[in-house]
Design a protein around this ligand. Structure first.
Ligand code: NAD
Ligand code: WQD
Length: 344
């Protein structure tokens, strides 16, 4: 019999790619999502890609009773992957309480319900944002957690602590916290991908929308940083590689392979790319010319961060595989799909 996994936030960007990989690996998936930042049609797309339709429940993780009902309706759920959160850094500064409530209470509800329903473990979506500007690069999991730059970032730090405290208190659950670097790209089928709401704040959707003519010009935020070409450096990780890390982490929990009840892994490539390098890689891999200009620095930006993924490579047996060129081509193919479908 297939093992049942509940994926909260499973119609979202990273969640949908993870559901595909879980189903391809033989898991049965139940998606819970309130559709606050995704569309129900994603379930159809997942079915098209995998040939399997995941169960879908439109439920808000803030609603304890409704979430309880999902666990009751689908008995025997063994693992939870918790993507459900609000993620816009700028908005979190404007609406901190919305972020604290949504991101924290959702997780608390999940952690309360898991032991009640005999769920063994949880994978939590954390972020490299917990490191702030690291003193040493590449950054390892041992690096100190810096004071959060935004309420969003703070929710990730607090949630990591909530998980540690809950397990330390004797709750019979296991946890793996994955600290994602910068997820980009889309499934090679171009049937699922990132669907930003309004004007994108993140680089890749802004870049592909500019290349498509939806936006006039991409602003490169700063070229006078202390980096080789003056623009900021990030570790861009292909979303399908990232999705696969969740499957491996879930296997690890369910097969009792963890070394500690709570583990944390960096999920990145180990390769830092500047904004200008990324733009040039996009142009050369797609043949599409990009209209961009150098603009002032963006307030609050980290100058440079990239992962030391050695722990994930050696301990999880996971490694980012896709080239940046293929990844950028997948992002462009997704943008073309959105145009063809009249979505954007
Ligand atoms: P996303 O917005 O595409 O997906 C999140 C999903 O959760 C959405 O479908 C949304 O509708 C749903 N959701 C939000 N609040 C909910 C609630 N209360 N109940 C039920 N569903 C709810 O975001 P994503 O990029 O796929 O990110 C997934 C997770 O990864 C988030 O926790 C995010 O903070 C984290 N993360 C993302 C990035 C990134 O750059 N995308 C980087 C690091 C960490
Ligand atoms: C990448 C680089 C910008 C837009 C954010 C969150 C972080 C994490 C990932 C969740 C930076 C530059 C961007 C543009 C640009 N999310 N840029 N022009 O800032 O690394 O991280 O997403 O946990 O918490 O803060 O990602 O895509 O916004 O920016 O020059 O129009 O692109 O300055 O150097 P960031 P990003």
């Amino acid at each position: 019999m297939k093992k049942r996994i509940l994926v909260a936030g499973g119609t979202g960007y990273i969640g949908s790619h993870t559901v595909v990989e879980l189903q391809n690996s033989g898991y049965e998936v139940i998606i819970v999502d309130n559709l606050s930042n995704s569309r129900a049609e994603v379930v159809d797309s997942i079915e098209k890609i995998t040939g399997i339709r995941p169960a879908f429940e439109k439920v808000d993780c803030l609603d304890y009773e409704a979430l309880d009902g999902v666990f009751t309706k689908y008995p025997g759920i063994q693992g939870v992957i918790h993507f459900a959160a609000s993620k816009a850094v700028g908005e979190s500064v404007q609406k901190p309480l919305l972020y604290y409530r949504n991101n924290i209470v959702s997780l608390v509800n999940m952690l309360e319900l898991m032991p009640k329903h005999g769920v063994k473990g949880i994978i939590f979506s954390s972020s490299c944002t917990v490191y702030g500007q690291p003193d040493v690069l590449p950054v390892t999991e041992e690096a100190p957690i810096k004071k959060a730059e935004s309420p969003y970032g703070n929710t990730k730090q607090i949630n990591e602590e909530i998980i540690r405290d809950t397990v330390a208190s004797g709750s019979p659950i296991k946890a793996i916290m994955l600290r994602y670097f910068n997820p980009i790209g889309a499934h090679p089928s171009a049937l699922i991908g990132e669907l930003p709401n309004g004007v994108p704040q993140n680089l890749i959707p802004y870049l592909t929308q500019t290349a498509m003519g939806i936006r006039e010009q991409l602003s490169v935020f700063g070229d006078d940083y202390d980096t080789p070409d003056g623009s900021c450096i990030r570790d861009y990780i292909y979303v399908v590689d990232l999705a696969k890390a969740h499957v491996i982490a879930m296997n690890r929990i369910l097969e009792d392979k963890q070394k500690e009840s709570v583990e944390v892994f960096n999920i990145g490539t180990g390769r830092g790319l500047s904004v200008l390098e990324l733009i040039h890689a996009f142009e050369s891999s797609t043949g599409v010319k990009l209209n961009y200009k150098i603009a002032p620095r963006r307030q609050g930006d980290i100058v440079k961060v990239w992962a030391d993924p050695a722990l994930a490579n050696n301990e999880l047996g996971w490694k980012a595989e896709n080239s940046i060129e293929d990844t950028l081509r997948s992002a462009w193919k997704w943008q073309e799909h959105l145009r063809e479908e009249g979505i954007m």
